[in-house]
Design a protein around this ligand. Structure first.
Ligand code: HEC
Length: 124
């Protein structure tokens, strides 16, 4: 056993450990970790299913504002989730190309699923 072996475990082992460490770090750095960890996969799935990504992306302005901008606008606002919950469940009028249209309603009736999507948006 030489010195380097102590620090260079077999490749697979080190990859597994690195993966575990990343997951741990991610969990620790998520806002409100432990209370409301965001399930990104579920959020994206619901966004796709509900057509949200037709008008929104994280970074690029489409018909709707980029989610990063939405997150910025609501940063530090305690009722952000409540406001956006209403926004995505009650179809308020929004302007699209100068025309008033009903905003898309999210295709889920499960409060937790909807909140997960909103938390994902708000953590962009
Ligand atoms: C047909 C285009 C379109 C679709 C589809 C759409 N949106 Fe939007 N969305 C908009 C527009 C336009 C605005 C800007 C409204 C405004 O600022 O008046 C907006 C605003 C928003 C906002 C910010 C609201 C605020 O108070 O600042 C959120 C969050 C949002 N959309 C989420 C979603 C979600 C989630 C979905 C899918 C369920 C979705 N949108 C689908 C066009 C769309």
């Amino acid at each position: 056993m030489n010195f380097a072996m102590l620090f260079l475990p077999p490749y697979r082992e080190s990859k597994r450990r690195a993966g575990g460490l990343c997951a741990l770090l991610a969990a620790l750095t998520l806002p409100g970790a432990g209370l409301a960890a965001v399930d990104e996969e579920a959020a994206l799935e619901l966004a796709k299913k509900s057509n949200c990504l037709k008008c929104h992306s994280v970074d690029v302005k489409k018909e709707g504002p980029p989610y990063r901008e939405v997150a910025k606008k609501y940063r530090g606002k305690p009722d952000a989730e409540k406001t956006l919950f209403t926004h995505v469940t009650t179809a308020p009028k929004v302007k699209i190309d100068g025309e008033e249209e009903d905003h898309q309603i999210v295709k889920s009736k499960k409060k937790e699923e909807i909140l997960n999507l909103l938390r994902w948006i708000l953590s962009r």
